[in-house]
Design a protein around this ligand. Structure first.
Ligand SMILES: Cc1cc2nc3c(=O)[nH]c(=O)nc-3n(C[C@H](O)[C@H](O)[C@H](O)COP(=O)(O)OP(=O)(O)OC[C@H]3O[C@@H](n4cnc5c(N)ncnc54)[C@H](O)[C@@H]3O)c2cc1C
Length: 250
């Protein structure tokens, strides 16, 4: 019978532990959770603070990977703001399913020590024009929150989301000042995607840039519909946030 802790296995474990510590120290910024508040049953604000976050340059749309327990496992979130002087940022997380990201978002509490990789560029919204159309789902609400101006109003931008719960999403979007937003209820057989494509087309202005995020397959379908409707590919910015069966996209 093979021993579970043969010399080979423990050497490999030691090596991977060393590598994890080296990568964490070299590339990641230590920080700790200082506040975690449910906005609704499935959405949570998580505030993270650390001296290392005072030395970051952040732009709206950037991503941060949060290192979770169990090796070099990270999950990606969109900071909704960055207080450089205090070294503090905030995530708006969608707590779904049983994956490590969802589990962390649901259960973290003040004092939780984490390491962050980033902020790094993901979607550059600086050239998105006066009236971008932001399309996505629950995981895109944080990106939408980045579109608010200094007064907290989402001026100019238009928002279209596919969501599991219309009522919950409307309440959360209201709480973060993303009003109005067109919401389409998700169906298991994706039968709602035609309605989603129509809602996106209806939101388009002449000079709009379309920022498509969220579920990979929905992005593909909306993108195809927009191009079929005569929208040039140069007006599309796309970034898949998750895809069924894939783990931890970044
Ligand atoms: C650039 C970028 C920015 C992001 N910003 C945010 C953000 O600000 N807030 C946020 O909540 N999320 C955000 N996400 C999405 C988040 O990283 C993913 O949802 C991630 O997969 C969650 O990790 P997990 O461990 O819960 O699930 P995983 O272990 O990665 O996946 C487990 C299973 O759950 C499925 N799954 C993953 N996400 C969802 C979902 N939303 N709904 C249903 N099934 C899902 C997977 O496809 C897989 O089958 C972002 C992703 C990227 C790439």
């Amino acid at each position: 019978m093979t021993s579970l802790s043969s010399p080979d296995t423990s050497r490999a474990a030691r090596r991977s532990g060393l590598m994890e510590r080296a990568i964490t120290k070299l590339l990641m910024r230590p920080a700790r959770v200082v506040a975690a508040e449910f906005v609704s049953e499935h959405f949570r604000f998580i505030d993270v603070e650390g001296e290392a976050l005072t030395a970051c340059d952040w732009s709206a749309g950037d991503k941060v990977q949060v290192k979770l327990d169990g090796g070099l496992i990270t999950r990606t979130y969109t900071p909704i703001g960055w207080d450089k002087a205090r070294g503090r940022t905030r995530f708006l997380t969608y707590c779904h399913g049983a994956g490590p990201g969802g589990a962390w978002a649901r259960s973290t509490s003040p004092g939780d020590q984490r390491h962050l990789f980033g902020p790094r560029s993901s979607l550059d919204l600086r050239d998105s024009g006066v009236s971008p159309v932001l399309v996505g789902d629950e995981t895109s609400f944080a990106l939408a929150a980045c579109q608010r101006d200094d007064r907290g109003a989402a001026s100019g931008s238009r928002f279209v989301f596919e969501v599991n719960s219309l009522a919950e999403s409307r309440a959360v979007l209201g709480a973060i000042g993303i009003v109005p937003a067109a919401l389409v209820e998700r169906r298991d057989d994706d039968g709602h995607l035609a309605e989603l494509c129509e809602a996106v087309s209806a939101s388009a202005g002449h000079a709009s840039i379309f920022v498509l995020t969220g579920k990979a397959q929905s992005i593909q379908q909306v993108s195809r519909a927009l191009k079929a409707g005569g929208i040039d590919a140069s007006r599309l910015r796309t970034k898949a946030y998750w895809a069924p069966g894939k783990l931890g996209l970044d």
